[in-house]
Write a protein that binds this ligand. Sequence first.
Ligand code: FMN
Length: 607
Amino acid sequence: MQAVHIALQAACVCTQAKVAFTHLRPMLIRTTVQAQYRAISCAAVNLPIPRPPTSTRFQQAGPSIVNFAHYLKNRAGTLASMSTECTAASATTTAVTTAMSAGAACVDPGSISYLSQSDAASVDQLLMGPQLGFSVEQLMELAGLGVAAALAAEWGPQVVVSEPTSAAASSPAATAPAPAGTRRRRVLVLAGPGNNGGDGLVAARHLHHFGYEVKVCYPKPTDKPLYNGLVKQISSLGIPLLPWSALSPAPLAAQADVVVDALFGFSFSGQPRAPFDEIIRALLPSARPPPIVSVDVPSGWHVEGGDSELPPGGALQPDMLVSLTAPKLCARYFKGAHHYLGGRFVPPPLAQRFQLRLPPYPGAAMCVRIGGAEAGSAEQAAVSAAAEARRIADMRISYERGGLEEAAFSGRDPRDVFDEWFRAAVEGKVCEEPNAISLASCDSGGRPSVRVVLLKGYDRRGFVFYTNYSSRKGEELGNGWAAFSIYWEKLQRQIRVEGVVEKVPEAESTAYFHSRPRGSQVGAWVSEQSQPCRDRAELEARNAALQERFSDPSQPVPKPPHWGGFLIRPTSIEFWQGRPSRLHDRIRFRRNSPDDSDPWVMERLQP
Ligand SMILES: Cc1cc2nc3c(=O)[nH]c(=O)nc-3n(C[C@H](O)[C@H](O)[C@H](O)COP(=O)(O)O)c2cc1C
């Protein structure tokens, strides 16, 4: 499978089989694999497929490979059309990389899923788990290749310079001498200590093969076989590995035409430590860096919140973002010119599990353009605008926090379970107000309304909140029934309650009223809740008058007669736990009346 992947890469990057082998020789070990590359590469560029060599090993593997190559040749319209461009070109690496990106068509960004940090971690776990069987090496290789392909799609390996240069021609790795008037584009890869850095190291290797002049800064090498191997590979290609101290004296723009930011990925959180803090500072807009290509997550950004909470100018602003596997939520804040997706390895079970909507990669492309400020034509701009509006449709997560077993609920009073869940929400600091409930009421015509109120107590009787009895809800609750739901996103839990509603005893309301801050007590007098008022000034004036009236702190503010608590005596309490693929768990307790002599019936509901 890996051989086929690499062969497809070859199909992307090559204008001729010969060029393919120049790029791929370091990776080739077996004659049969070479034959695969040759056959498939030729199919990709519409060249005659060479006769298989006579070796026995090839004869074993050859026919099916050649068939596959023909299949590719016949099937891939994009590949076929690529050939015109490629054969007409001078078969230099410029053409190679252009061909590689030819499949990188622009895609409607609104049709794509965005992953939360935890979902991104789960995706990786699954990919490398027993069911899907990927290794980290494989994923890193394909990710790095995707990054290199995306960079090449926008910035070819050669730049035109006014003075002729022979710099590229002197490099043993150059696939063709640079013509006079061009030089190789300089790419600086900044590699962090984790997987994101590994992706960068792989990208560096591929970029070198594509014909770029690559330098790598890898300040905190990870001493593991995978990373040591990557370092050996790039060293063996003559790619300089420079300490940050060697780069930092001069502005990055003087040293590189493009910077690959592979410092931190989706698993990073917190503050970058030295020297990464300094490196990130050198990438800030104020430092006027060269174009930046960020790998998966722009370094220093929050994986979900992006740069939204960083001070203006305090976040690097990449020109290109290459999202890997699927864009992370932070990609929604990306304002640069080029957004690409790489990491072409998502198998259908994974896509289904996380309800991933990913664009098709055209032909044999290893990256696909999914947006960016310069997404192309006016038509594309219109698509992007429409997509922006549709993004809400893509807001979804996979619920993975646990499940509900009947055995854990059976025989229990649901109010005890409520207490357990509520404590978990409070202790888990799930939000500022875990007691905010969405309270529903109904008017006499059966028309419902809903609003948030704060739950102020619960006990054997039921659930208590406070409000203005003359408000809309106060009126509507007069019909005797209420319902509320409460959702704790961090726990992926919801509780729904329905029941009979009544006012709490006056003494209880009074006691609670006097426990409130004095300003709120006066506020209860100020507001004729739910009634229209002329303007804010009218409200402020009434507040000022009442504050004045209750200004003597030795005198308690009396509870307004129209203000007090409601008690919902439950007849139904449902516990909901989000589960993957929308197969959520629901355990409901119900009884016919709020009377405690009426036993609770427990049942599982379909999601
Ligand atoms: C977080 C939050 C907490 C609130 N808590 C209460 C509350 O405890 N009591 C209340 O009367 N209104 C509360 N409100 C305001 C209500 O949502 C609503 O605007 C108000 O009660 C009027 O609703 P009504 O016109 O349907 O009666 C809260 C609103 C929010 C967003």
